[in-house]
Design a binder for this molecule. Sequence first.
Ligand code: UD1
Length: 370
Amino acid sequence: MRSSPQTVVSVIGTRPNFMKMAPVIRALADRPGDFQQVVVHTGQHYDRAMSEVFLEQLGVGVPDHMLGVGSASHATQTARVMQRLEPLLLELAPDLVLVPGDVNSTMAAALTAAKLDIPVGHVEAGLRSFDRTMPEEINRVVTDQLSSLLFTHSPEATGHLLREGCRASDIHLVGNTMIDTLVAMRERFEALDTAAAHGLRRGDYVVVTLHRPALVDGGLLRVALEQLEIVARTVPVIFPIHPRTRAAMAAGAISASHVLLADPLGYLEFLSLVASARAVLTDSGGIQEETTYLGIPCFTLRDNTERPITCSLGTNTLLGLDPMRIAKIPDLLERAQPSGQIPPLWDGHAARRLVDVLHDAVACLPCTPA
Ligand code: UD1
């Protein structure tokens, strides 16, 4: 048995990681007798608007270590995280490394820890799009296979892990930590009026976020913007643009004069915008969940989703990776009858449940060789 406090290294690196880990980091910090925590930021996202603003708003504070890996090809980015994390893990010799989600930093950190025989815990385990052309799918599969603690947010995720041969005793359905953040911040973002700040009326605009390579790094982005121009004739459209998308638009000289193009927003500003929207069009994963929780109709511009519960219980509709369907959104909205249910355990308490599991489980994990 390990003795208390257990040392837990939490590795974060990109915008969606921060919302998933902020409540976990807080819940660990609330139990100093049980856990000693070290927060490592890989630096995969580094612009103030993609990182610092979120750490500040979500109360994560300044990470203990910054790896500064920056942008690069998948192999280079992954390798940089591994190279820079390995000496730190050797020095800290933690009892567990916690990684969230499905980005390159997640997989790289899990691989580094596993090779050092340090147990890995995966927050948001078991999601599957079954589409291996998505880098995130590869990151999910590898991370889950390397993790000894698998924290899931929906029964489907648990099912995938069991089918892939994971042990039932390693899987813990704790709920959605990203929704914990939303619940904790709700009063603060509802006090804002991002819509008005952009000259929009509450309930009368569509929010757009598109950043995935499949859509952005080819000819589809131009078609998507043309279609958004058509939607904007019926209902105002606001599009806070991810740096990858901004770069692709600049490279292709793509513009849209009727769509309100904005810089990336902070967490509070963005959730304020989404919470008062008529609908959201996205290719993001997390936004499918946030709109489900808020009861806002969401149209996902992808052929698949690793979050099917947002379609079966929530407000999400898969449009397919077909930007020509964007112009149909006003019609689809007229006919949409989302169930509007919130999945079980998306209740604001997932991180507390996760940390309870962690406390009991880490003590029993095999010790890392000195
Ligand atoms: C990454 C994740 C994706 C997640 C997304 C959230 C992977 C494989 N992808 O995609 O799953 O949904 O984050 O945003 O890990 N850039 C900046 N400033 C930044 C960060 C990036 O300008 O702070 C630009 C750079 O030009 C960079 C490009 O965005 O090359 C892409 O960044 P990268 O981290 O490689 O992937 P994302 O598209 O952000």
